[in-house]
Design a protein around this ligand. Structure first.
Ligand code: ADP
Ligand code: MG
Length: 329
């Protein structure tokens, strides 16, 4: 049965948050009028991010709808995490080829489950028909002047990354292979695929780094390229020690060390945080991160010399930066 636009919004999106939940989140007026009315917060700055996912470009055609919904919100929460912001609200612009109820139910389920996990509510959006594409705008708060920027790193600051970079890109490769031949099976494959399909935005880490990290970026286009962006925004360069990269057992077993290293350096879609801390403040890290449930690893150092250098046991590693840029081929 074809659904009308208004019924679709009511059933799949408006129903997710009850009035008490909306009030608690400072929503004066949510979905249903021409625009939302939201409470600002004294002493805080509003942080806004927007990212679009296009089918066939940011996720394979025919991806499971739960994953599409999850990722559309996750990539935006990851941007807020990189700013050290507490997420509050999001808006959803949905372009759909057809109003398929099964698709919408699963898509909304994936998005709303992640929204509840991070205590954010949907306050508006837009619905149109056309090739499948999803834009989410996420809004959050930081105390005045405390946003984590890319531009604050200085030579001598140490470079860190969270989690296990490279796993998501390996997972995407496996998914693409599975569309051709049969899907590879096993615990490692399952883990890598899940890391692509359901990335976990590192919001808790971003909050813990406020007032400690000198610079921060989220890793969406490959660790090496994004670390270089952070360094360049700070007017510096960066050096990474390959031997210190946190290669997961799943990644190593699936790709072997050489390809695992390359995936960790250049693979996209990780949504980990890459950040710097002044050497004089290293001792504060364990206490700050006491509640963070995934590894945070020192992988390099900021240097005055521009550009990026990667060394493996002292030897320079040559690699194709491969950071994903649209319109450049
Ligand atoms: P307008 O005519 O102003 O574009 P719409 O009919 O697009 O209004 O939207 C009506 C209400 O439904 C608005 O409050 C809008 O924010 C909300 N809305 C529309 N699409 C979505 C969506 N996909 N998710 C959440 N809210 C939506
Ligand atoms: Mg509209």
């Amino acid at each position: 049965m074809a659904l009308g636009e208004f019924e679709l919004i009511d059933r799949f999106f408006r129903a997710a948050d009850g009035p008490a939940n909306l009030r608690r989140h400072g929503v004066v007026l949510g979905i249903g009028d021409d625009a939302a009315v939201l409470e600002s917060r004294a002493g805080q700055q509003l942080v806004a991010a927007l990212d679009t996912l296009v089918e066939g470009r940011h996720f394979p055609r025919g991806s499971v709808p739960r994953s599409i919904g999850h990722r559309a919100l996750a990539v935006n929460l990851s941007d807020l995490a990189a700013m050290g912001a507490t997420p509050a609200w999001y808006l959803l612009a949905l372009t759909l080829p057809t109003a398929d109820e099964r698709f919408l139910g699963e898509f909304a389920g994936g998005m709303v489950d992640l929204a509840h996990e991070h205590d954010v509510v949907l306050v508006g959006g837009d619905t149109t028909s056309g090739p499948l594409s999803i834009s989410v705008q996420a809004l959050g708060f930081v105390p005045n002047g405390e946003a984590l920027l890319r531009s604050g790193a200085q030579p001598g600051d140490l470079l860190f990354v969270s989690g296990w970079p490279g796993e998501a890109s390996a997972g995407l490769q496996l998914l693409m292979q599975a569309q051709g031949a049969g899907a590879p099976e096993g615990e490692h494959f399952e883990r890598l695929r899940t890391r692509f399909l359901f990335p976990a935005p590192r919001v808790d880490l971003g909050l813990a780094l406020r007032g400690l990290a000198s610079a921060c970026i989220d890793v969406s286009d490959g660790l090496a390229g994004d670390a270089r962006k952070l360094a360049a925004a700070s007017g510096c360069g960066v050096s990474i020690e390959a031997g210190q990269l946190p290669l997961s057992a799943a990644l190593g077993a699936t790709l072997g060390r050489e390809r695992a290293l390359r995936a960790a350096l250049t693979g996209g879609d990780d949504y980990e945080l890459c950040f710097t801390v002044p050497a004089s403040r290293l001792a504060e890290i364990p206490e700050r991160l006491v509640n963070v449930k995934y590894p945070v690893t020192c992988i390099g150092v900021i240097e005055a010399e521009q550009g990026i250098r990667v060394r493996d046991a002292g030897r320079p590693v040559g690699f194709d930066l491969g950071a994903y840029e649209h319109f450049i081929t």
